[in-house]
Design a protein around this ligand. Structure first.
Ligand SMILES: [Zn+2]
Ligand SMILES: [Zn+2]
Length: 299
């Protein structure tokens, strides 16, 4: 199984268009070593022929062009087989609209996510006006063959993040994916949004070979400290990396071969290659993803 990080930044990307935080300034001017990053998405394949997209970011066009394996063959045949969504956030779903030139799009999402995409953000009905969309309902806990030698099992990720579109279904608002290569039996977990590493969520991570996990903020009050927002990281549905209850301590204790932070907000000091926070993460055996990072899990 191959996993390719297409975009490693959280919503807004790095730098973010309207942000002058120390990180965004540093990456614009080159004052500190840091790589720009596009918005969160990965592509996964068991055979390097058929690829599955996890979340469709607004940067999808650049992301496809930046990765030769995703470029079309003759005519308009695309290696992209389907899109799987972890939630209905705009930075994970706006890219669906940019797939409208396709004849058809196979979309895997929970009923809750589909409802938001239909009734609230209207992304799904807009896409359906341009091309055929086949919805495959993601049912947490169910082992589901995906094709191309891969199967997945989604798991519910509880969140108390305010639903800005009003009350809707609670279950299935956010899921993580556990992916299995059916030939080698190797597994990877994609979890770009997690508010708490509950025992149930940790159990999903416990025996994964490669873990791609939410690294949005370093501090819980990172945005407040910088005077950028009034919300904590947890308020936004993301467990911070640092602190006694942060994700780093939990991840460090897990036996996975590769543990990688993805979905990193532009304010997070781990984005600076020479920051003490980056060093701390690496000393705990965890990597910080950049766009183009590829993981190969062999048998
Ligand atoms: Zn996001
Ligand atoms: Zn910024």
């Amino acid at each position: 199984m191959w996993l390719r990080v297409l975009g490693s930044a959280a919503g807004g990307g790095f730098p973010q268009w309207n942000c002058g935080c120390p990180n965004c300034r540093a990456v614009r001017t080159g004052a500190r070593p840091a790589l720009p990053r596009t918005q969160s998405s990965i592509a996964v394949s068991a055979d390097r022929q058929r690829w599955f997209l996890f979340n469709a970011s607004p940067d999808i066009r650049t992301q496809v062009e930046s990765f030769p394996a995703l470029r079309p063959g003759a005519g308009r045949a695309t290696p992209l087989q389907a899109v799987l969504l972890t939630d209905a956030e705009l930075d994970h779903t706006l890219g669906l609209l940019l797939l409208r030139e396709a004849k058809s799009v196979e979309l895997h999402a929970t009923a809750a996510v589909r409802e938001t995409l239909c009734r609230a953000t209207a992304i799904l009905c807009t896409l359906e006006a341009y091309c055929a969309v086949t919805w495959r309902e993601v049912v947490p806990g169910a082992d589901t063959p995906l094709g191309g030698g891969l199967s997945y099992r989604a798991f519910d990720v509880p969140t108390s993040k305010r639903n800005r579109f009003g009350p809707g279904r609670e279950h299935g608002r956010v899921v993580g994916y556990r992916l299995t290569d059916e030939t080698t039996g190797r597994t990877a977990v994609y979890l770009p949004g997690v508010q708490e590493l509950t025992p149930a969520v940790l159990a999903e991570l416990a025996d994964g070979d490669c873990l791609l996990v939410d690294g949005t903020c370093w501090h819980d009050d990172e945005m407040i400290r910088l005077g950028l927002a009034g919300k904590t990281s947890r308020d936004m549905g993301h467990l911070p990396i640092s602190g006694p209850d942060g994700s780093l301590r939990r991840l460090a204790a897990l036996p996975a071969e590769r543990k990688i932070y993805v979905h990193i907000n532009n304010t997070n000091p781990v984005l600076l290659d020479d920051s003490p926070e980056r060093r701390t993460v690496e000393q705990h055996g965890v990597e910080v993803a950049n766009d183009g990072l590829e993981v190969r899990l062999t048998s």
